[in-house]
Design a protein. Structure first.
Length: 368
């Protein structure tokens, strides 16, 4: 400050702070030499708290309102009474304003992937990010533990520490919850609430409180997501043979519509032969076969069974193998089974060909 600032400070008797930023948490009111006049007016607005520090110690804490500083704990001499001393008053005091409003849209996220063991995919790496809001709950604690003598303290100065704390608690929670990766999206709200309650005691040690924490996204590495997309695509395609025939027909039509020369004609002709061969094979499969009058009927083909264990398809198995697995308790009543005559996966005990094998096997015990 210059000499004019010093002279102006001698006549300013209103101490206040209006915040025009979005991230200032603490502001120290600037006065020349930290001199506070006797009888000065202190204005503390809504969403603010003021702390007066006299001779290095906290003298008083002020909630919203208008105060006249004329108590015994305030300096009783003004610098106007000390002109011979060059405006050097022996009474020094500082006023710190604390912004008590909620600071929103603070970001958190994992710098490095979190290693987890998933029930379906095995070892996986996850990344997560979200946002949270925080407010000052105890100005004295916040001043002693974090701010110190910083005259202009913003959220950037503490957001890194808070972010590390949130990520650490998030990793512990996801690792202990054993929620499958594909089910995490359905538990964002529960994860957010649990993390908020888990970290609030640690934020209290800083004089802060977490008002709301949100998990916005949990994602797998790009290579794993691409493999998962391929797996999903296979499930949507369904019958691979019919899909191949459809693509061959589409390619033949595109080639016929492309008048680019002999090369495309040759490709189209080759595809046409391939499709014609597939159609002929399918037609022959549906034609009734002639048989001698006195010849016995053909031996019926055995049914091939497929089973689903731990989310994985296994098979094919013959009926004898299925019965043996039931005896070995590898297949249970509710194990999903499929064969060519079924339209969808069905529990083993609901199939007439297998239900007899469960008559001598007791059902699961009822819950306690």
């Amino acid at each position: 400050m210059g000499f004019l600032d010093k002279i102006f400070g001698e006549f300013v008797d209103v101490i206040e702070w209006t915040d025009d930023s979005n991230d200032t948490m603490v502001y120290r009111f600037e006065r020349y030499g930290n001199e506070i006049k006797y009888g000065a007016m202190l204005t503390v607005r809504e969403s603010q708290t003021a702390i007066l520090v006299n001779e290095g110690s906290v003298a008083d804490c002020y909630t919203p309102g208008l105060y006249q500083l004329e108590t015994r704990n305030m300096p009783v001499l003004t610098s106007l009474e000390n002109w011979p001393m060059g405006f050097k008053s022996p009474f020094k005091a500082e006023v710190y304003f604390f912004n008590m409003r909620r600071f929103t849209d603070l970001k958190w996220g994992t710098k490095n992937p979190i290693m987890l063991r998933d029930q379906e995919f095995g070892p996986v790496r996850l990344r997560a990010f979200g946002s949270y809001s925080v407010r000052i709950s105890d100005p004295l604690t916040f001043m002693k533990e974090i701010v110190g003598t910083d005259g202009h303290f913003s959220t950037d100065e503490i957001s890194q520490q808070l972010r590390n704390l949130i990520v650490s608690r998030f990793a512990n929670l996801v690792g202990e919850s054993n929620i499958p990766v594909l089910d995490l999206a359905a538990n964002y709200d529960d994860l957010s609430d649990y993390i908020t309650h888990a970290i609030n005691p640690e934020f209290d040690a800083y004089g802060l409180s977490v008002e709301q924490l949100m998990v916005e996204n949990i994602s797998l590495p790009t290579a794993v997501e691409e493999a998962l997309d391929k797996r999903t695509s296979m499930g949507i395609i369904g019958d691979l043979a019919k899909y191949s025939q459809f693509q061959a027909a589409e390619a033949m039509e595109d080639a016929a519509n492309n008048p680019s020369g002999g090369a495309s004609e040759g490709i189209g002709m080759g595809m046409g032969f391939a499709v014609a061969k597939e159609m002929s094979r399918g037609f022959n499969q549906h034609q009734p076969t002639t048989k001698p009058v006195d010849s016995p009927p053909p031996i019926p083909a055995s049914i091939s069974y497929y089973i689903a264990i731990a989310g994985q398809q296994q098979g094919p198995f013959s009926i004898a193998q299925i019965q043996q697995k039931i005896q070995d308790k590898e297949i249970h009543r509710n194990t999903l089974v499929w064969h060519a005559e079924l339209s969808e996966w069905t529990q083993a005990e609901q199939l007439s060909t297998l239900s007899e094998n469960f008559k001598h096997i007791p059902p699961p015990l009822p819950p306690q």
